[in-house]
Design a protein around this ligand. Structure first.
Ligand code: NAD
Ligand code: IPM
Ligand code: MN
Length: 351
């Protein structure tokens, strides 16, 4: 079972180190390949996603990804910026379905930015489309006829892109509580009207799933008013990005939310995927040893489940994380004082 480890920038290496410790603690025949991504790769190879790294990804059954992003490189041409590593991997590997679960951990209700009674009911899954939308449309800057600078990014989806992510959403809802909420901006955007039409059409094959629709502005409000109303959310790349960071604070910290990015490729051991925390490289705390590694560790659990078909091991890791939190081993993000490595230690002990 080959895992490519791309730790990246900032806190990426710090949290990934703890996730790797957890994986290595398991009695599984894992071999780890290491690759450079992000600003770190730019510094060493002159590109955020070097050929060597892509070759490494192609050889692996799954990728464990840390984070990319470095303020030193924010002024580079866009194609050379650290973020292109993760965008490039998602696109090149056809990883169009990004699953971002948000669930309250027992005993952590008071860590939520919401009132504990409201936060306690959170158990939702955001299914975010990852290969299209405004992220991958034509973009540029130019001069207008009157000499003003103008920037543009084209938002678009074709129906096949919407249908395949809608199917992921319906299938996920079918395995959970049978409720799918599609989030769009169909009252304003043509892209969203097509999105809504295609989701409704796809729903004809899922009479057992209750489909609802929300405009994204209302959805942002509902997510803090009553997050317990959501089972599965399906939405586009941009809205899913924003709503998932918001969902993380409903649960208590962005340091708790993992994600799995999946496509259609099967490997010997399961579905090929890329696994990463939803957070970024957090330059403000990088190098301080205080980042919460639980999102990275939970991403490793997702990797075990989806790409290696090791559901029992994945459950064990998730239980060890839940126990770590229940026992009050908390990082600064959750009001405690445990360091990154102390949180890793605590998970390993419970594992
Ligand atoms: P961020 O997620 O890196 O950080 C936002 C805030 O949350 C910061 O205050 C940070 O300290 C805190 N935080 C994040 N993760 C944490 C953790 N594990 N433990 C404790 N606190 C944590 O978002 P940002 O500051 O907007 O972006 C920083 C850089 O990361 C940018 O270059 C951005 O492009 C990049 N980014 C990369 C990814 C990715 O690699 N997938 C995701 C998001 C942002
Ligand atoms: C994420 C990040 C990325 C995104 C950036 C770094 C390209 O915010 O993984 O959520 O917008 O998808
Ligand atoms: Mn994001």
């Amino acid at each position: 079972m080959k895992i490519a480890v791309f730790a990246g920038d900032g806190i990426g290496p710090e949290v990934t180190e703890q996730a790797v410790r957890v994986l290595q603690h398991l009695p599984l025949p894992l071999s780890l390949l290491v690759g450079d991504v992000g600003g770190y790769a730019y510094q060493r190879h002159g590109h955020p996603l070097p050929e060597e790294t892509l070759a490494c990804a192609a050889e692996a059954d799954a990728i464990l990804f840390g984070a990319v992003g470095d303020p030193r490189y924010d002024q580079l041409d866009r194609h050379l910026r650290p973020e292109q590593a993760v965008l490039g991997l998602r696109k090149a590997l056809g990883l169009f379905a990004n699953l971002r679960p948000a669930k309250m951990f027992g005993g952590m209700e008071s860590a939520s930015a919401l009132k504990p009674a409201i936060a306690g009911a959170i158990d939702l899954l955001i299914v975010r489309e990852l290969n299209g939308d405004i992220y991958f449309g034509k973009k540029g800057t130019e001069r207008t006829a009157s000499g003003l600078r103008r920037g543009y990014d084209v938002m678009s989806y074709d129906e096949s892109e919407v249908r395949r992510i809608a199917i992921i959403g319906f299938e996920a809802a079918r395995k959970r509580q049978g409720r799918l909420c599609s989030i769009d901006k169909a009252n304003v955007l043509e892209t969203s009207q097509l999105w809504r039409d295609v989701v409704i059409e796809t729903g004809q094959d899922y009479p057992d799933v209750t489909l609802s629709h929300l405009y994204v502005d209302n959805a942002a409000m509902q997510l803090v008013r009553d997050p317990g109303q959501f089972d599965v959310i399906v939405t586009g790349n941009l809205f899913g990005d924003i709503l998932s960071d918001q969902a993380s604070m409903c649960v208590g910290s962005i340091g708790l939310l993992a994600s799995a990015s999946l496509g259609e490729r099967a490997t010997e051991h399961g579905t090929f995927g890329l696994y990463e925390p939803i957070h970024g490289s957090a330059p403000d705390i990088a190098g301080m040893g205080i980042a919460n590694p639980l999102a990275a560790i939970l991403s490793a659990a997702d990797l075990l489940r989806h790409s290696l078909r090791q559901a029992a091991a994945a459950d064990q890791v998730e239980r060890a994380v839940a126990a770590t939190l229940r026992d009050g081993v908390l990082g600064r993000d959750l009001g405690g004082d445990a360091s990154t490595s102390q949180i890793g230690d605590a998970v390993l002990e419970r594992l």
